[in-house]
Design a protein around this ligand. Sequence first.
Ligand code: PMM
Length: 316
Amino acid sequence: MSDGRAAALLAPLGRPRVMGVVNVTPDSFSDGGRYLDTGAAVEHGLALLADGADVLDIGGESTRPGATRPLVADELGRVVPVIERLAAQGATVSVDTMRAEVARAAVDAGAAIVNDVSGGLADPGMAAAVAATDALFVAMHWRSHSTRMYDLAVYDGPGGVVGAVVDELADRLEALAAAGLAPERVVLDPGLGFAKRGEQNWELLRGLDALDALGRPVLVGASRKSFLGALLAGPDGEPRGVEGREHAHQAVIADCARRGTWGVRVHDVRATRDTLAAVAALAGPSSAPSSSSPSSSASSQPLATDAAAGCGTVSS
Ligand code: PMM
């Protein structure tokens, strides 16, 4: 087994990698049912690539609050054909799964990243399964399946939600290493919206630099999440709907870019690449992209210098 692919995905890029979301599910909170058909999912993935996605994250299980888990066979049937077709077209593919069996099949089908929202907690076989491949592993902060997660959104320790997330991700790194998955193959994610209530998400975003103490690259998934809807609630207190949250999300993206975040998981790739282009331009002329077209600024071309983008953790 070689770590070549994982190392290439971790090489400094000078801006966050853009992971475009392809939910092959009937019930995801923002796009459930739109890409359940293999052809529609592949087409959507290709559109996201054209918009400038560096990675496509293919998921077959919704994690929306209260969601029922699909059968393993159904999850496999949703994601594997989509991964095969997108990987065959040269896309860098990630699989969003909590199941070792799905992770193995996805890597066999061409996935380079296993994105596990449970960080390996949901399936005790996950760490060893990924360790036996050359895939990169995204370990997100998680406390339970979505049916119970809000009961567990309690962060009473002295470090609050930031301290707890750092401590629990440190535990994950240790457990993954004990199961054979080296920290060098792991990206960490604070898990916005997962066992976190509205304000706790903002606290985490404000305190994101604390994750750097763990020495691993960081992925952030804020796109369309309910804490943005709550921020933008109307005078009647009604949260802003999913489609009206993108401008606020792009402010989060700009902040992630400023602090050198390794990756951002997003639904609107074009808006994200536009924001990243503006951030790079603001960082200085030497870091400006060679063209304003997102798809022409290939993922191997830095848009900002590492120093400007603060990418110290990315190359760790
Ligand atoms: N959020 C969702 C699904 N997968 N993976 C990572 N690593 N981080 C996230 O924040 C994350 C994720 C839920 O969002 P969706 O239903 O729009 O996919």
